[in-house]
Design a protein around this ligand. Sequence first.
Ligand SMILES: Cc1ncc(COP(=O)(O)O)c(C=O)c1O
Length: 398
Amino acid sequence: MFENIQSRGVDQILAMMQTFKADARETKVDLIVGVYKDAKGDVPVMRAVKEAERRLIEAEDTKTYVGISGDPVFRGQVPALLLGAGSPVIAQERVASLQTVGGSGALRVGCDLLNAVMPAQKIWVSTPTWANHVPIATDAGLTVDTYPYFRPSDRGLDFEAMMAHLEAHSKAGEILLLHACCHNPTGVDMSLEQWQIVTDFVVERGLIPYVDCAYQGLGNGMEEDAAGLRIMAEKVPEMVLASSFSKNFGIYRERTGALSVIAKTPEDLTKTLKAAETLIRSNYSMPPSHGARIVATVFDDADLTADWRSELDEMRVRIAEVRQELRAKLEARQVTQDLAFLTDQNGMFSYTGFNPEQVTKLREDHGIYTAGDGRINVAGLTPENLDAVADGFAAVLR
Ligand SMILES: Cc1ncc(COP(=O)(O)O)c(C=O)c1O
């Protein structure tokens, strides 16, 4: 039987990681995977996370199951984090969250849920989008189609093309997948005016918005990064949100995420949560405990929350500074093309526009590893490797 099995392969980012590991050069630089690294190149455990873990270990007196929907304290905190504590949607009791296995698990349960109500429905994703969006939606049974998003000429957003395409081709009931902030892989986000326009269009056309919020707090701040989705949440009758704590808590391996649903009425919400629970039950049954307990412990304590926020702010500021430094160093190396995109784009990723030839040259000649599509993790830049990276980039750009 297994001799006939076909693999569609691991995604190219994971494949590139294998090549990076096998490279013996000491000066090699990893700008591949989307994890936050500090100025020393480490992926740190945040102070508030360490303290929360210490308290949890001390207080934990059982390892019994957490339940299908996850930790109730955590679940209660997520809507306010996404929508703002004063959101009318919360006051109307039209939103609830389920704890999931990371943001990926949230995306999958959300797609399973949508496919259960609307089998094989179309889901619109941006070109490009995060490499795992398409397999997740496809394996859940949905039909993936794409809308224009990134404009290579200025490495910015082609909003006119996006809207014209959706205007011409999308139909009522179809799903529109959007990135809340720090678009992966491009770093190119919609402005609040553009969120407003998309919101009006979604309402008028009758689309179901599905917002993936994986980087809240790493672009412009916790509130700022959710401002667009908040505009939408207050106007649309129904919405699905997948969020992740992997990045803003640095707890990647603890697999902590949430699926949030906004329904038309509290009654619809109850029915939807029950349906989602049956899908979870037959999949992984129940989520793990630890990551969600860390998040819940931090948000339950004002001092821990303040410390977490200040460390998150330090991370965000470092990313923004590194973007500026890289731009300045490239300009100092007489790279004449417009480099504004480096500082205009948000979050950990920058879509450099390097073609496959340049990506290979960077890797082979300079030991600089980017994703195959030219995406770089800006957080992989450190004072130690910045000059070497600028030299390499300048060499392929000139
Ligand atoms: C856009 C986007 N959505 C979701 C995720 C999933 O994150 P998690 O590691 O929590 O599954 C990622 C992670 O890279 C991402 O970039």
